[in-house]
Design a protein around this ligand. Structure first.
Ligand SMILES: CC(C)(COP(=O)(O)OP(=O)(O)OC[C@H]1O[C@@H](n2cnc3c(N)ncnc32)[C@H](O)[C@@H]1OP(=O)(O)O)[C@@H](O)C(=O)NCCC(=O)NCCS
Length: 174
């Protein structure tokens, strides 16, 4: 076999291996559940991975105990992959936190959590979802834009180091 053919085969093989490692079939049993007290440690571990999420134990218990928050986690078997915390007050909802553990990102898990949350809030007659995102958080901004969130305002110098928050909105049509 000539070198060009070997190179072509190697390229195909590498592509297959990378597809397989990113494939959803790699996981054992994906499921979504309400966050419970036993999940708090996993929530803290995942949230510590992101410079954009600041959660402590007290915040989490507050969200779990207050009826205005829906707190969902996505798991594979007994491993938490990520979570979302979303509030509902009258017809408005806000995404408080959405985070997927670093090694499980870019495999559609945030999308699954967002879709499930929207299904839940639609039943509560919500018509708008808001969120606030750090101006440098380009991955999250891309994710939200892909989901038809639009920038509606900027809170200038909202964070330390003169960094601004972008406020985004999505209208929900039930
Ligand atoms: C934002 C975040 C939740 C997305 O989770 P995810 O599971 O990787 O997202 P999904 O796989 O469901 O969606 C992927 C889409 O998000 C965007 N995206 C996510 N990560 C991206 C990256 N590294 N580069 C470019 N686009 C990215 C793209 O639009 C992508 O769509 P594409 O694959 O068709 O290009 C994740 O990056 C995260 O946890 N970040 C840290 C916490 C955070 O900043 N949360 C938001 C606070 S408001």
């Amino acid at each position: 076999m000539d070198t060009q053919k070997i190179d072509e085969l190697l390229t195909k093989l590498k592509k297959l291996v990378s597809m397989k490692s990113k494939s959803i079939e790699y996981y054992k049993m994906i499921y979504i559940d309400n966050i419970k007290e036993k999940d708090v440690e996993a929530i803290l571990l995942i949230s510590n991975q992101s410079e954009y999420i600041q959660l402590n134990e007290n915040n989490i218990y507050f969200y779990l105990e207050s009826p205005i928050y829906t707190c969902l986690a996505i798991h594979d078997d007994n491993i938490m992959l990520g979570f979302i915390i979303i509030s509902v007050i009258e017809d408005e909802s806000e995404i408080i936190d959405l985070i997927i553990s670093e090694k499980h990102q870019r495999q559609g898990f945030a999308q699954i959590l967002l879709n499930n949350s929207i299904d839940i809030i639609i039943k509560k007659n919500v018509s708008h979802i808001y969120l606030e995102v750090h101006e440098d958080n380009s991955n999250a901004i891309k994710f939200y834009k892909k989901n038809n969130f639009v920038e509606i305002s900027i809170r200038h110098n909202y964070y330390n180091y003169n960094k601004s928050a972008i406020i985004m909105n999505k209208d929900i049509i039930s």
